[in-house]
Design a binder for this molecule. Structure first.
Ligand code: ADP
Ligand code: UDP
Length: 239
């Protein structure tokens, strides 16, 4: 598959067309950003680590019967994916309170959420990714009620599969964000799953092993991502 024109430069990845209209190449860069692009940095190795991490997770999800856009790793920073028509909402499941939920509702960080919550956010940098509800997403034609129902079901299924994988590595999957798109009329999981888009804590010490290390200036960001990878069996030895 030949890499062709640059379609889009995001905050962490670049998206290229290929010679096949059904496929794209995503390039994972070392760029890190937080607070809607207010804090940015280059973190050595992050692109390679997240590309390999994401490939591992997408394979696990496919094994569990969840259709994803992942096709194959091309280089340490590049992945071939199905080209989706992205639905501009982020699906967030939370197992424990953290981040914006704590800020918004005054809840203590770490409080268990039983059952886990499901939230939608409009993907729009200029507006700061505001929270939206299903009726807004439907009325604004971002997705149909049926598509939203599928996205919600799939996000909870991803939560079940991944909570177990991380628990086996003695970690808590606190929360995470997924993005879906449409491929030939089917809802398919797109974008990435990596420590950039979730919160993971060590079960015993509650040490943060995710992008909150960058947000909060805790240091050792990529080292933490590598620790998570090692705990769940992602092979990073050759990158
Ligand atoms: P952002 O756009 O939030 O800055 P990234 O830097 O990760 O994020 O950019 C990657 C972009 O590619 C995102 O906008 C994402 O929605 C989009 N994307 C991810 N997977 C696919 C796909 N399979 N098909 C089309 N677009 C995709
Ligand atoms: N998240 C993300 N991209 C976003 C917003 C959130 O990957 O644009 C992830 C974030 O890393 C966390 C979860 O979604 O794992 C919930 O984020 P939250 O709403 O708490 O927002 P934040 O505190 O990150 O602003």
């Amino acid at each position: 598959m030949l890499k062709q024109a640059l379609l889009y430069t995001g905050k962490a990845k670049s998206v290229y067309e290929t010679d096949d209209p059904d496929h794209l190449i995503l390039v994972f860069r070392d760029d890190a950003s937080a607070f809607n692009g207010e804090k940015i940095a280059q973190l050595d190795r992050k692109g390679k680590v997240n590309n390999r991490f994401n490939a591992f997770i997408m394979q696990k999800l496919a094994d569990a019967g969840i259709e994803t856009h992942f096709e194959k790793l091309l280089t340490p920073t590049e992945v071939l994916v199905k080209k989706l028509k992205m639905i501009p909402v982020e699906c967030v499941v939370r197992n424990y309170a953290a981040g914006s939920l704590c800020r918004r509702l005054g809840v203590e960080e770490g409080k268990e959420l039983n059952p886990p919550t499901f939230e939608l956010f409009f993907k729009d940098d200029a507006l700061g990714d505001p929270m939206v509800n299903e009726s807004q997403a439907i009325a604004l034609d971002w997705a149909t009620a049926e598509q939203l129902a599928q996205m919600k079901e799939l996000t909870y299924k991803v939560n079940d599969v991944l909570s177990k994988i991380f628990a086996d590595g003695n970690m808590m999957l606190v929360d995470f964000k997924l993005e879906f798109g449409v491929f030939h009329d089917r809802i398919v999981l797109g974008d990435e799953f990596s420590p950039d888009g979730c919160r993971l804590w060590d079960k015993d010490t509650k040490k943060k092993l995710d992008k909150d290390r960058f947000r909060q200036g805790l240091g050792g960001v990529v080292e933490a991502y590598e620790e998570v990878a090692a705990r769940i069996g992602v092979d990073l030895s050759d990158i």
